[in-house]
Design a protein around this ligand. Structure first.
Ligand SMILES: Nc1ncnc2c1ncn2[C@@H]1O[C@H](COP(=O)(O)OP(=O)(O)O)[C@@H](O)[C@H]1O
Ligand SMILES: N[C@@H](CCOP(=O)(O)O)C(=O)O
Length: 293
């Protein structure tokens, strides 16, 4: 038996659509696997009632297939589904690490990234790896067709999750098919700034690089109260604010001393829009960790 803790993640970070990701120190899923002749999945925890236990529909089923590793699997959800916090990815990442150990498959963590991404194709139609990469490797990750690069970064974050669901599949439908050269130049500049900020653990540069003129404005429309939440977070000291993943969570980078105030303002702004929300005062954290074997 192997039990792992697989963290929530925030993908895109504004300027790095389908490329950037960050592991969050909290929340997380706990995944337990045990060898079995046939795969069965049991899901408990936050939002479990919305998550299929059929291996063909759950993200971990694709991981079982890819590693040829049938198992009795228990997923204790700490990451709410349809959150923009890589919920579907956390389970897939955890299953990939746990099954690799259980069956001694000998894959490196980097090799497990595309395997776990197969689970994302099951739920969103696209095997985007920008959530599974940080959930497996930890830190800030840059994932392209050539592979994943990761760096540890000490950056305080607030993630504010409103009590509404947005599926990644639906939120991908609003992504523009084209972008102007002007927007591309701005996006590349912002993405590069953010990457330098992560390498320096500099919340000011990270925040500056979060602005994205192409995808985020379209996604923000799906989140009631977004503009006010963003403005109030900046007023409280946030250095950057954007949609986390496909939303509805909103992520803010900030300095440690401002984190509590940023969280309080974001919650209050959602409340003002009539939306209940939960704020996680978090930071960039570790990847999947083995709890027991
Ligand atoms: N193990 C899993 N954990 C969470 N969601 C899952 C899992 N397997 C399948 N799903 C489905 O994936 C969808 C949530 O994924 P997604 O829309 O990408 O949101 P998130 O941003 O939270 O990952 C839901 O429809 C959920 O039922
Ligand atoms: N790059 C993807 C990331 C989706 O993240 P999730 O946490 O909402 O699943 C996208 O933006 O569609």
């Amino acid at each position: 038996m192997v039990t792992v803790r697989a963290p929530a993640t925030s993908a895109n970070l504004g300027s790095g659509f389908d490329v950037f990701g960050a592991a969050l120190s909290r929340p997380a899923d706990v995944v337990t696997v045990e060898k079995a002749a046939e795969t069965t999945i049991e899901v408990t925890g936050v939002g479990a009632q919305y998550i299929p236990e059929d291996p063909d529909k759950n993200t971990v089923g694709a991981v079982v297939e890819a590693l040829d590793a049938p198992a009795r699997i228990h997923i204790d959800k700490g990451v709410r589904p349809a959150s923009g916090l890589g919920s579907s990815a956390a389970s897939a990442a955890g299953a990939a690490v746990a099954l690799n150990r259980l069956y001694d498959r000998g894959r490196s963590r980097e090799e497990l990234v595309p395997i776990a991404a197969e689970g994302e194709a099951v739920v969103s139609g696209v095997a985007h790896a920008d959530n599974v990469a940080p959930s497996i490797l930890g830190g800030f990750t840059v994932t392209t067709a050539q592979g994943t690069h990761s760096v540890d970064a000490a950056v305080p974050l607030v993630v504010c999750l409103p009590d509404v669901a947005v599926s990644t599949r639906d939120a991908r439908r609003v992504v523009p098919e084209t972008a102007s050269m002007e927007d591309l130049v701005e996006t590349v500049g912002n993405a590069a700034t953010l990457a330098v900020g992560m390498c320096r653990s500099d919340p000011a540069l990270v925040g500056l690089g979060m602005t994205d003129p192409v995808v985020t404005p379209e996604r923000a429309r799906l989140i009631t109260g977004y503009d006010d939440v963003r403005e109030r977070a900046f007023d409280a000291g946030a250095t950057g604010v954007t949609v986390s993943g496909a939303g509805p969570a909103v992520i803010a980078a900030c300095r440690e001393r401002d984190r509590r105030a940023v969280a309080a303002e974001m919650l209050d702004a959602f409340a003002g829009a009539g939306i209940e929300a939960r704020a996680y005062q978090t930071r960039i954290g570790r990847g999947t960790t083995v709890l027991d074997e």
